[in-house]
Design a protein. Sequence first.
Length: 69
Amino acid sequence: MSEGGKQEAVLPPLGVRMRGISIFLFPIVLVVVAADQYTKYLAERYLQPLEIIPVIDGVFNLTLHYNKG
């Protein structure tokens, strides 16, 4: 106990904490990467290069464009 009768918090070792974070974040990262790959697949399958498809007129459009870099 520290002064004043209060208990000090004891953290688990860093490796244990990182493992817990990794177990939590891995499924999120997996879903994000899978969604990214699936939307790229859909864009290549259904869009023509430089074709503009309005989703919200004047605000949001879908366009297939390739980055050469």
